[in-house]
Design a protein around this ligand. Structure first.
Ligand SMILES: NC(=O)c1ccc[n+]([C@@H]2O[C@H](COP(=O)([O-])OP(=O)(O)OC[C@H]3O[C@@H](n4cnc5c(N)ncnc54)[C@H](OP(=O)(O)O)[C@@H]3O)[C@@H](O)[C@H]2O)c1
Length: 340
């Protein structure tokens, strides 16, 4: 008889209140996957975009659907071909964005997408990392080919992706100008930004400054808006998948600039690279709110405002990943580092 588990998910597309507690079959491992007991799950805008039905054309027999690409927890079972990790290892991982599955007691993850929990991070902190930090790393290293001393503009520097991008770019030796609203200027400066521009006070695609690279972690401006702030041979990388469309590619080539979109890929090797920076104290997750799993709908509503400062995390197992309630703000704040 199949084993059952608790999860949070939905049986139809809609507003946040379609999220409900579910009893579903516990996933089974294949030869190359591992089964994790989930302590905490990270929240990303993709989770509510999927819930709203924005990606319905990509989904095969989606219901009930369990959101969640980001997980941190303990390995309970490994497939026969897995050598990378073993039972009882504390790990963090990313599932393919569309697949979800993280808001659950257990999740099966491809072994190649798993890495050891960074030494200084609790499960709650580690769950905040994978999708957003991998997006920033893959955008800056692989798409932008960022080099030391390049001048980089990061749009959306205070969000989940942006807070990692600022720190990763500094770790890679770039000069960083960060774009955020005034209320988040101190935050992005504390992450290492050399200069801050407030998008609520100026049009950041105007002005006299020129950048070697622009990373648009919001994705609402087309290439034509960014072209004028790029040096000749400069390159735009955007989180918007359509920015790299053929017409923009031609316009970019004619102007001597380049552009690319990033689509994040799970990678245990890249999570190890990120862990190296986190262990060295060069990169840290910025966590805005931590929610118990029963408040997943509230977490989605907050993420949908697109005002979050850094990351939101769901606690799936309060014993493994304790979070405390701040009496003054009534916000859940991450507990001190939890040793698994
Ligand atoms: N292509 C991919 O593989 C990929 C991967 C990850 C994410 N994404 C997409 O990338 C986007 C960002 O993701 P995220 O996780 O960073 O989102 P997020 O954490 O929800 O971003 C929220 C932040 O965005 C800032 N913001 C909102 N409007 C802005 C604007 N007009 N200019 C500058 N900053 C603005 C907000 O700051 P203020 O409150 O100060 O405005 C807030 O701090 C989302 O659309 C997501 O779907 C794509």
């Amino acid at each position: 008889m199949e084993q059952q588990m608790h999860a949070i998910g939905f049986r139809q597309y809609g507003a946040a209140d379609v999220l409900e507690p579910l009893r579903v079959a516990r996933p089974e491992v294949t030869s190359n996957s591992v089964l994790l007991h989930v302590a905490a799950a990270g929240i990303n805008p993709a989770d509510w975009r999927i819930r709203q039905g924005q990606f319905r054309f990509l989904m095969r027999s989606p219901f009930p659907y369990i959101p969640g690409a980001d997980v941190a927890g303990t390995v309970v079972e490994v497939g026969s071909a897995v050598t990378r990790v073993q039972p009882c290892d504390a790990v963090y991982a990313m599932r393919p964005t569309i697949a979800g599955g993280g808001y659950a007691e257990y999740v099966a993850v491809d072994a190649a997408a798993v890495a050891a929990l960074p030494a200084k991070l609790s499960f709650v902190e580690a769950a905040a990392v994978p999708l957003a930090a991998l997006t920033a790393l893959q955008a800056l290293r692989d798409k932008a080919q960022l080099q030391p001393n390049m001048h980089l503009l990061i749009n959306g520097a205070s969000g989940g992706v942006g807070t990692f991008a600022v720190q990763i770019a500094k770790a890679m030796g770039a000069r960083v100008t960060a774009v955020c609203s005034g209320r988040n200027a101190d935050l992005v400066r504390s992450l290492g930004a050399d200069a801050v521009r407030d998008y609520t006070r100026e049009d950041i695609t105007h002005g006299t400054d020129r950048y070697d690279r622009v990373f648009d972690a919001i994705g609402h401006y087309p290439f034509l808006k960014w072209r004028r702030v790029l040096v000749p041979q400069g390159k735009l990388v955007s989180v918007h998948p359509l920015v790299g469309n053929p017409i923009s590619q031609v316009l970019a080539r004619l102007s001597g600039r380049r552009l690319a979109s990033v689509i994040v890929q799970p990678s245990g090797t890249d999570l190890e690279t990120l862990a190296g920076w986190m262990n060295a104290g060069q990169v840290r997750p910025v966590i805005d709110q931590v929610y118990p799993s029963a408040e997943a709908a509230a977490a989605h509503r907050y993420s949908e405002t697109q005002r979050a400062r850094g990351k939101l995390v769901l606690v799936m197992d309060a014993d493994a990943a304790p979070a405390t309630l701040d009496a003054q703000t009534e916000a859940y704040v991450p507990a001190a580092t939890v040793q698994p």
